[in-house]
Ligand binder design. Structure first.
Ligand SMILES: [Zn+2]
Length: 496
């Protein structure tokens, strides 16, 4: 079937007659120090082919030895996705020929995967409450292939090079059920999946370096019908934007074909980021037959109940559970909890700063406001915050206790950022305390009233707007240290 040129669509809602059915296959590179079946380093960016050995080069007679840490991370991912962990799973050879695959096969798992039958919650569609659970079909362990390099060399016109540093790096493939119904849901699913992998510390999920790769299966069917349409697989969706663009384009393209009386057939298409379109890579007739068979060089992978429980006990609190707890216990709005779980380091900072605080919302506001602004200005990430979490909660305590005003807190915060001192130290050194003693406030007010008889007269004759001026004078007289709420309250009493 020929690919059809259609204009790039902007929205899928323009075709209410069809319902998209989408499933994602996501490859996640595990962040183990060594490869899946040999001791070679997995470090990214090393000189080409410097991190190889007979095993990952596929030399005859070399035997694979399974990396226990890779299994532990795969089990952790499976458990966090609510999957059943198979006590016994089988490695299989996936046979195909490609220059970056020196063995001629990839060690993967086929009919007996490590984990099956889980789910991942995504936020419900706009306007709806709660969550939508996307089924997880399976999570299996496999090894990566090498990387072909088609440019960057003087003779790249004529030759391609192969870098096998990536050959044998451990991956998990996470396959979803076809439960996604729009490009937006697919996007939200990938966001949540990436977040989960980051919080579990099983991958750095760096899309530029290929640590997170996504393929999509998409079909459409008339709304209200149950039978699936012809499944089209789209490859090479290596950014969140590409995923959404490719799905939008593909759904529109399929609808055009059906509306034009055409038929769709199962095929694999490749997304081209430059044109924003997909084109045929291979049809069903050209589909690979991988001739899977059990890997004879590796015994079945056994995960004992004791080991599985040990891994389960070590799982960190998952981001969704964290958000719900912060909403429940700290009374944070859902929006705040989303912002504050944007990365594991930010979530850890928030936990440390707001965890024991009497006013977690006050602390959250400082993190999302002034501290985030400071971090951005300094180009820092949350693993190196310029203010200790305990100092931030102390600052909020001082404001809440009336020791310092909100305005003073801003100045103290600036000092904290530059010299790393605690707010109490800064207050003690500068003597900058808020004046909250009514007697002291009254003394200031007496002076202000005596110096401004005209304004006092105006206020008493009904021009109450002049109060703001008098408050300002009192704040000035106290060099900004008077408690503004108290000044206002006492002033009103005196003028009454
Ligand atoms: Zn190796």
């Amino acid at each position: 079937m020929k690919s059809m040129a259609v204009p790039t669509p902007s929205r899928t809602e323009s075709r209410p007659t069809y319902e998209p059915v989408i499933g994602l296959e996501v490859h996640v590179q595990l962040n183990t120090r060594s490869k899946a079946f040999c001791a070679c380093s997995t470090r990214f960016g090393a000189p080409p082919n410097s991190q190889t050995c007979p095993v990952c080069l596929g030399l005859p007679g070399a035997m694979p030895v399974l990396n226990r840490e890779a299994v532990a991370k795969a089990v952790a991912a499976g458990l966090a996705l609510g999957c059943q962990i198979a006590p016994r799973s089988i490695f299989a050879r996936k046979n195909y020929f490609y220059p970056d695959l020196p063995k001629g096969y990839q060690i993967s798992q086929y009919d007996r995967p490590l984990a099956e039958a889980g789910g991942l919650d995504i936020p419900a569609a706009e306007g709806a409450e709660g969550f939508k659970r996307i089924g997880i079909t399976r999570v299996h362990l496999e090894e990566d292939a090498g990387k072909s390099m088609h440019d960057g060399h003087a003779d790249s016109e004529s030759y391609s090079y192969v870098d096998l540093n990536r050959s044998g790096v451990p991956l998990i493939e996470i396959v979803s059920e076809p439960d996604l119904r729009s490009p937006q849901e697919a996007y939200a699913y990938l966001i949540r999946l990436k977040e989960l992998m980051l919080f579990l510390d099983v991958s750095d999920c760096n899309m530029e370096e290929g640590s997170l790769r996504c393929d999509a299966n998409v079909s459409i069917r008339p709304r209200g019908t149950i039978a699936f349409g012809a499944k089209i697989e789209i490859k090479n969706l290596n950014s969140f934007r590409y995923l959404q663009q490719a799905l939008e384009h593909e759904i529109e393209r399929q609808a055009e074909v059906l509306d034009g009386g055409g038929r769709l057939s199962q095929e694999t298409r490749l997304f081209d980021p430059h044109s924003g379109k997909t084109s045929v890579m291979r049809s069903k007739e050209q589909a690979h037959d991988y001739r899977y068979f059990p890997e004879p060089d590796l015994p079945p992978l056994e995960v004992s109940p004791a080991w599985r429980e040990e891994i389960a006990a070590r799982l960190p609190e998952l981001p969704e559970a964290k958000r719900r707890r912060w909403q429940r216990d700290w009374k944070l709005p859902a929006y705040d909890t989303e912002v504050l779980t944007a990365s594991p380091a930010l979530a850890a900072y928030t936990e440390a700063a707001a965890g024991g605080a009497a006013n977690p919302k006050g602390v959250a506001n400082w993190i999302m406001g002034d501290l985030t602004a400071q971090m951005k200005a300094r180009g820092e990430d949350w693993s190196r915050p310029p203010v200790q979490p305990a100092h931030l909660s102390e600052l909020v305590e001082l404001v809440d206790a009336g020791t310092i005003s909100g305005k003073m807190a801003k100045q103290i915060f600036e000092t904290m950022v530059t010299n790393g001192q605690s707010p109490r130290e800064i207050v003690a050194k500068s003597g900058a305390r808020q004046i909250s003693d009514p007697t002291a406030i009254d003394a200031i007010l007496e002076q202000v009233l005596a110096a401004n008889p005209q304004q006092v007269e105006q206020y008493r004759s009904g021009k109450t707007a002049v109060l703001g001026y008098l408050v300002g004078q009192a704040m000035k007289a106290s060099r900004g240290q008077a408690n503004p709420a108290l000044v206002q309250e006492r002033l009103k009493q005196k003028l009454a």
